[in-house]
Design a protein around this ligand. Structure first.
Ligand SMILES: [Zn+2]
Length: 50
């Protein structure tokens, strides 16, 4: 399972079994976190859970 979160506020941007890249997810949100409004690019975090 893959979880991608905003590094500023911890908002979950993607959660699921599909193997997405950070770039794909960040692009879906137009580089901006919908929760805190900050730029995602340098801070987004990818967490893999087995
Ligand atoms: Zn955020």
């Amino acid at each position: 399972m893959l979880i991608i979160v905003c590094g500023h506020c911890g908002y979950v941007l993607y959660e699921g079994n599909e193997l997405k890249t950070l770039n794909e997810v960040v692009r879906e949100y137009a580089n901006v976190c919908p929760n805190c409004g900050k730029t995602l690019k340098p801070s987004v975090q990818k967490i893999n859970i087995l």
